[in-house]
Design a protein around this ligand. Structure first.
Ligand SMILES: Nc1ncnc2c1ncn2[C@@H]1O[C@H](COP(=O)(O)OP(=O)(O)OP(=O)(O)O)[C@@H](O)[C@H]1O
Ligand SMILES: [Mg+2]
Length: 240
């Protein structure tokens, strides 16, 4: 594998739910350290794509090459160990556990205690608000802070690829910049980010590249700036 090989490349992916096709012939890639936005209307197949990459749903056909290896038939726990972390929709945190314990649970794949502590320090540097709340139960955090916690927990396994499903959904607008700043920071440290968002304007603003999905297919792709300037994207998603 050379440096120019994308970290992840999805080719001709098809995913069905009980005979209904949710993803059809979808191809995309992400390189190391890139933020790649996936946008599209409800039901476009964004979450299904993330679930297929993390092995929660099976591809009917197609390939998912991660560091050059097809992982499409791997078990979810193997995929996590290879370096893919998935933060699903809905900021699921362990409500009665402390912020610290929620974070450490994200590092369960790491045997080395010192390494877990280093990851914890990095996660807290990314989301400083969590530092002040380390010993509080997660249930006492605001929605935005819980989302920070869910994302930070996703980084605790030192993933090469972090997949975020609608991190700004239902979050108070005032807190969204802190969440996006954290996502930028994560990418700056070398982690590739696949960012699924309904918040198309913000997502394209921080993305290096993006894809527009419609009924399980890619209908447009380009740099974040190109897509934000695309008349079809503006009409469909930006209200212009
Ligand atoms: N568990 C499921 N069983 C059956 N069909 C499903 C299931 N999950 C999703 N679908 C269908 O698959 C298609 C893609 O859904 P998916 O959730 O991937 O879209 P999405 O782009 O994430 O949408 P949203 O923006 O609403 O989150 C939709 O038609 C949806 O109804
Ligand atoms: Mg979804």
């Amino acid at each position: 594998m050379t440096n120019s090989t994308p970290l992840i490349a999805v080719r001709d992916l098809e995913v069905d739910y009980a005979g209904v096709r949710a993803v059809q012939g979808l191809s995309l890639y992400a390189s190391r350290g890139e933020i790649v936005a996936l946008v599209g209307a409800n039901g476009a197949g964004k979450s299904t794509l993330l679930r297929a990459i993390s092995g929660i749903v099976r591809a009917a056909s197609g390939a998912i090459a991660f560091e050059g290896e097809n992982i499409a038939s791997f078990e979810p726990h193997t995929i996590v160990r290879r370096g893919i972390s998935h933060v699903p929709e809905g900021r699921r945190v362990f409500a009665t556990a402390t912020v610290r314990d929620n974070l450490l649970l994200g590092a369960y794949v790491m045997r080395d205690r010192a390494e877990r502590e280093r990851r914890l320090a990095a996660a807290l540097a990314t989301f400083p608000r969590l530092q002040e709340r380390l010993d509080q139960r997660a249930s006492t955090l605001s929605g935005g802070e819980q989302q920070m916690l869910a994302i930070a927990r996703g980084t605790m396994s030192a993933p090469k690829l972090l997949m975020l499903d609608e991190p700004s959904l239902g979050i108070a607008p005032l807190v969204i910049p802190a969440i996006y700043a954290g996502i930028r920071e994560i990418a700056r440290s070398g982690t590739t980010v696949l960012l699924v968002e309904q918040n198309v304007r913000e997502a394209l603003a921080i993305a290096d590249r993006g894809y527009v999905l419609q009924t399980g297919r890619v209908v447009a792709e380009g740099t974040g700036a190109d897509l934000a300037g695309d008349p079809l994207v503006q009409k469909a998603f930006l209200g212009l």
